[in-house]
Ligand binder design. Structure first.
Ligand SMILES: Nc1ncnc2c1ncn2[C@@H]1O[C@H](COP(=O)(O)OP(=O)(O)O)[C@@H](O)[C@H]1O
Ligand SMILES: C[C@@](O)(CCOP(=O)(O)O)CC(=O)O
Length: 321
């Protein structure tokens, strides 16, 4: 039996502060109990092969003989190649990914996958890194995939729970707040792709063009994120929902919402949500909402959009074999 290891990692919902977190604001996100599983198997051939149920074309790369062809899985292969060098692993790997996380949906599928494969690889080579070291490794993957990125997705995938991102002296610091498992949200999917890299650069262009205006919006998002944290910690869902509504309005203002996302947000509100907003990069992807009864809201929304209730995952990435 070839040597292998397997790990499982949760995904993310942005409660407050996406985009603005790239401009110095804090962010609050929830690790979501919708997960990615990755198995990493050692092989003698010097290859990196990635198979994924979401990317049926896969990738196979003889890493010291050929240049790999363009492929959406390439950033993962490059990230693995770096890890293999760092841990002096001179063989090959077959990586099998199966994920319940919708791709390009604002749920940080990229970070969830990167955390599962990094943790599985490290276990294969007999390492059990401290969580914050693993977080830095996953953040490197994230930067390969997106270019400019915050640590929010990696923190949700690695640490689990509610994660707080803030800037101190020019560095992004990550901490876990709260440790109760009683938070659930509703997630509704637009079916439209949310292309993180494209949206981040669109916002950056706008920021450079009308900086005074954009700075004020980012500042308002920063303030509401701080208030949002207080409301979430107190489990004051009414106030937390109200702040989500404000956050969604400001995300619309910076240009990352659209007709479909706004329609889902309004449908959630009409069906009784305390508040709703797009989650992640926007332009498509998912909308999240807070409600007294997320199961019932998700069921009612399902008539119009694929929707489900999702619980906070207190557990971050975990090696399972
Ligand atoms: N199930 C998966 N299998 C393999 N790679 C994945 C999977 N999910 C995400 N990825 C990687 O992450 C990229 C998508 O990341 P991104 O555009 O940020 O979407 P998201 O907002 O869902 O993170 C994919 O192009 C791929 O490299
Ligand atoms: C726009 C941004 O704030 C969130 C992107 O989230 P996602 O890739 O859509 O899950 C970028 C980031 O935080 O890395």
């Amino acid at each position: 039996m070839p040597k292998f290891s397997e790990a499982i990692a949760p995904s993310q919902a942005f409660l407050y502060g996406e985009h603005a977190v790239l401009y110095g604001s804090p962010a609050l996100a929830m690790s979501v109990d919708v997960k990615t599983r990755a198995r990493v198997t050692e092989v003698e051939d010097r290859i990196i092969e990635i198979r994924s149920d979401r990317f049926p074309e896969g990738l196979r790369w003889r890493y010291d003989e050929e240049q790999p062809e363009e492929n959406p899985l390439l950033p993962l292969a490059y990230g693995l190649r770096d890890l293999m060098k760092r841990y002096e692993f001179n063989k090959g790997l077959i990586v099998e990914i199966s994920s319940d996380v919708p791709v390009n949906s604002g749920m940080a599928s990229s970070a969830s996958v990167s955390a599962a494969i990094s943790a599985a690889f490290l276990s294969l080579v007999g390492e059990s890194p401290e969580k914050y070291l693993l977080l830095d490794i996953v953040y490197e993957f994230e930067r390969r995939i997106h270019g400019r990125a915050s640590k929010t997705g990696p923190a949700c995938a690695v640490l689990g729970g509610l994660v707080w991102i803030e800037w101190r002296d020019g560095n992004m610091e990550v901490s876990r707040i709260d440790s109760k498992d009683d938070l659930s949200i509703v997630i509704s999917c637009s079916g439209l792709l949310s292309e993180t890299k494209k949206l981040v650069s669109m916002v950056s262009k706008r920021y450079n063009e009308i900086r005074d205006v954009m700075d004020r919006i980012m500042h308002a998002i920063s303030a509401l994120t701080v208030e949002g944290r207080k409301a979430i910690e107190k489990r004051d869902l009414v106030r937390a929902g109200e702040l989500m509504n404000i956050n969604h309005g400001l995300l619309s203002a910076i240009g990352v919402s659209n007709y479909v996302l706004d329609e889902i947000v309004w449908t959630m509100r009409r069906l009784g949500a305390y508040g709703a907003k797009l989650s992640g990069a926007g332009g498509g992807g998912c909308v999240i909402g807070l409600s007294e009864n997320p199961e019932v809201l998700a069921k009612n929304l399902s008539a119009s959009y694929p929707s489900f209730a999702a619980k906070v995952s207190l557990e971050g990435v975990r090696v399972i074999r």
